[in-house]
Design a protein around this ligand. Structure first.
Ligand code: SF4
Ligand code: SF4
Length: 103
């Protein structure tokens, strides 16, 4: 894996980072969240994929298997590669300029 890219390089007109999560590998993100926890710039967020029924107790509103994890703030990615290394399912690939960060 290549080393990190300095964030200022991205500001100098390069394409924004593209983070791809293979959803066939990342099947239960709500119970994992390792990428979200290790990312130093908080790129990731979890989202339910079903509408929540607010008439029932909070813990029962959404089945934990019905969530996705998204690189919501991908523009902040600095290419450190920590999430790619941490992911137990090898589900993350990042394209940053000419560099690909993959498992
Ligand atoms: S490469 Fe680093 S900065 Fe980018 S999303 Fe992964 S952990 Fe966050
Ligand atoms: S670390 Fe990998 S498996 Fe875990 S939530 Fe992130 S992308 Fe999914």
């Amino acid at each position: 894996m290549a080393g990190p890219i300095n964030f200022p390089q991205i500001l100098m007109g390069q394409k924004p980072p593209k983070i791809t999560i293979d959803l066939e590998k990342c099947t239960v993100p709500f119970l994992c969240k390792k990428c979200l926890q290790i990312c130093p710039v908080r790129v990731y967020a979890t989202r339910p994929i079903e509408k929540r029924d607010f008439s029932i107790p909070p813990k029962e509103r959404v089945d934990p298997t019905k969530w996705v994890i998204l690189p919501t703030w991908a523009d902040w990615c600095n290419g450190c590669g920590a999430c790619v290394e941490e992911c137990p399912k090898d589900a993350i690939t990042i394209q940053l300029g000419d560099q690909t960060i993959a498992p």
